[in-house]
Design a binder for this molecule. Sequence first.
Ligand code: SF4
Length: 450
Amino acid sequence: MSETLLEKYGGQVPRYTSYPTANHFHAGIGAAAHRSWLAALDPASDLSLYLHVPYCKRLCWYCGCSTRATKDYAPVQSYARALGVEIERVAALLPRRMNVRHIHWGGGTPTMLSSGDFSSLMALIADRFAIAEDAEIAIEADPMALAPTLVQTLARSGVNRASIGVQDFDADVQAAIGRVQSVEATADAIEHLRAAGITAINIDLVYGLPRQTLNGLFDTLETVMDLAPERIALFGYAHVPWLRRNQRLIDEATLPGAVERLAMAMGAAELICGYGYEPIGIDHFARPGDPLAQAARAGNLHRNFQGYTTDAASALLGLGASAITTVPFGYTQNTADVAAYLRAMAQSDGLATVRGHRLDEDDRLRRAAIERLMCDFTVDLARLTMEYGRTPAMFVDALARLDAMAGDGLIGRTGWRIAVLPKGRPFTRTVAAVFDRYLRTDLQQHARAV
Ligand code: SF4
């Protein structure tokens, strides 16, 4: 891969877990829109729930999540109570007790919740929503803080998938990111989860970390293969210290450059696939029998704020501080300020919504084009625009950029059908960005594409 291509196409672009991306949400959409959109949902449609727990035992230096460190359980308990209030309020705004097929607990560290608080919240969800028998209930788990009693509670409450953050097992890298996590503790946590019946294990890794080397990453991957997860996510480290103050603790001089990052991403993908995993989208891998791999093969893969998913629900209700709700009408986001979130829940009938975006037809069409590119690496713009009553001529301005990419061997274009070629896969976000009407390239808002 030439440095010229990295220079030309490796600039700052969004991860496209939504379109428009959250930095374009605005205060003109607030609680009133949120209420009316929830009330107008099709009662027969399925829902998904995302619950955010913004607490961790420690703050890792590389972290880009909305979270804070606490050693004390009292704030977590107060937060859990407020989350219960929001679950009740949001459920009461819906047209009926609606079906739920996916529940995702994220953070922060949702496994910081006590067994009692977690089981009470799950019981409340089961009371206010009809959870499908085969629902996927997933949780992000910190292996360094996973009490055996909590594991039993998770399993009893229906949790059937756990994501374990590893990043890299190399001691130098762990010191450089302020997160020390042994192989033994990670393996123990996975063993406990599996023994309790939570057998779908995801492992999250990161490339591009400070002091990380290709050989060190390969060593981590070999260890991960022994742990035999069902899915692996290999994210590129997004160094955005202007957005995340904790990342200022990272010594920028020790970060790998774009050429090294690309070698890590490509080398790791080859190694993981050599063990029989199937590549999913730009940064996931799954065993062939895993539902994510099946969805990818069938062209049913989706992308939401949690990344790649089998979740096809048109409404994803975000609960908790900073959580984003996606409904057919648009997006709403809760305040990320935990104190403000608690105050909103303490008011009678309050919601914590502070911003959002109302989708128009142009947004929906572009969102579909971007999602197909991010999931399938191909999009037929003639077919897609026809579905929306438009013609592909609306993208005529994008042709010059697409043809330049085709000239560089990144994409193939046959008429209005675009396919990202193997050489272009590392730049898929850059290809998708061609369809982003809101993208500002003059502002520092996103991490680099590679
Ligand atoms: S990386 Fe995970 S455990 Fe570390 S601070 Fe962020 S959310 Fe918490």
